[in-house]
Design a protein around this ligand. Sequence first.
Ligand code: NAP
Length: 475
Amino acid sequence: MANGTADIGVIGMGTMGANLALNMAEKGFRVAVQNRTPAKAFAVRDDNPDLADNVLPAETLEDFVKSLKTPRRVVFMVPAGQPVDDEMAKIRPLLQEGDVMVDAGNADFNDTVRRSKEVEGSGLKFVGMGVSGGELGARHGPSIMVGGAKDTYPLIEPVLTKIAAKYQDEPCVAWLGPDGAGHFVKTIHNGIEYADMQMIAEIYGIMRDGLKLEPKRMAEVFRDWNTRELASYLIEITAVNLDEIDPETETPMVEVIVDEAGQKGTGRWAVIEAEKLGVGATTLEAAVAARGLSSRRGERADAAKLYEGVEPGQAQFFADEAGLAELESALVTAKIIAYAQGYAAMAAASDENSWNLPLGTIAEIWRAGCIIRSHFLDDIAKAYDKGHTVVNILQSPDFVGRVAKGQSALRRVVAKAALAGIPVPALSAALAYFDDYRRARGTANLIQAQRDLFGAHTFHRFDKDGAIHHQWPAV
Ligand code: NAP
């Protein structure tokens, strides 16, 4: 392998690393590749003869580093956590001032902040970069959320711009802010993704258990919805999922799949971080909790037996045009609320960390390439693009009318599902959040009274300034 000829290097030839490297090679970059098990790096070249000239596998880390042009650009695509620290520790002594290390895995942004500090002053540069789009996105165009020092971005921008997904010719990649900004935004992206998927699954639950529709009919409905406001990758794949027939049993594929959802933790991080910031993202939280409960299948089956014969109330869902339109409108409205929660978490994190996150740009780079890609994100981008401050998506003039119109459908769907005993935790969390958010006079006054009674925590009065403690009767 010729030394000093590779434009960029990727360490970790798993699903994401190999596909990202092939994407780079296809766009004309020479890519050095390395893997803990070196044979995999060679296989990436040998299995892709059309791109072999641009894929340079290395047996050792030393060979890998030698093959790179300076300043060296090294992308890690290994599991988040200790493997990233281990790989960084191994390569650092081989790098020189000005070289760039990029963690492109799903890192906890707190780790990215720590690693940025550790690298500071060493002459090396560190970038935490979120990549979304799964295997296909990595291969043909992901959405890329970049963090790190602003002046480091130009060193990797030419490659990222070429490999990123395009939305109407605009590359879905941007520098979003210092240190952990990129990974934080990717974390919230995944939290929103969980909410989106859960809400679709809840509507599927109503279609199955309330409307008694066959999966094939459901697929038609989702395909129809994909032509309007809900048009998105997740609605599109849902129709494909519902249409598929299991070749072994010749029954719908969804019916042979066990109802236990997996998770790798990024959705949970989103919820934890939102809570830490004091902007509970309740719809995202409901989605994470629902995945947790889904995996307790045996326990659920036991509970189902205990409550056998317990009749839920009466609720009538209709599979006619009006009934389906109501479900569609409820899903659109809950989706706006879920995104408002994710955006509120990003706005709070931006203030807390002085990141100055470009919230409109984030919507723009999510419009293609990533799992939550949709035209709806273009609406969010436009709402932020108008030059005025968007306090919250739910207060944006672009969305107020839509939510005001759709809220009654969401209300009816949640109420009917509750009466029929069909769980809709994310949809109902969205509705509850909306009602709480739009209530000028809340009920926290009573909580303040309770806190003051048992803990002398004090409260504020409408008619006086300052913190006040009241002598409550002894209990
Ligand atoms: P993967 O298929 O499991 O591959 C992991 C790669 O990392 C393998 O090449 C493996 O090498 C290597 N590796 C594992 N442990 C290591 C260690 N301790 N030290 C050094 N190398 C190690 O993983 P992936 O799906 O590509 O994911 C990579 C990163 O991308 C993760 O952070 C993941 O969360 C993130 N991500 C994944 C997706 C997705 O859809 N899969 C989407 C977005 C982001 P060996 O061959 O030697 O085992």
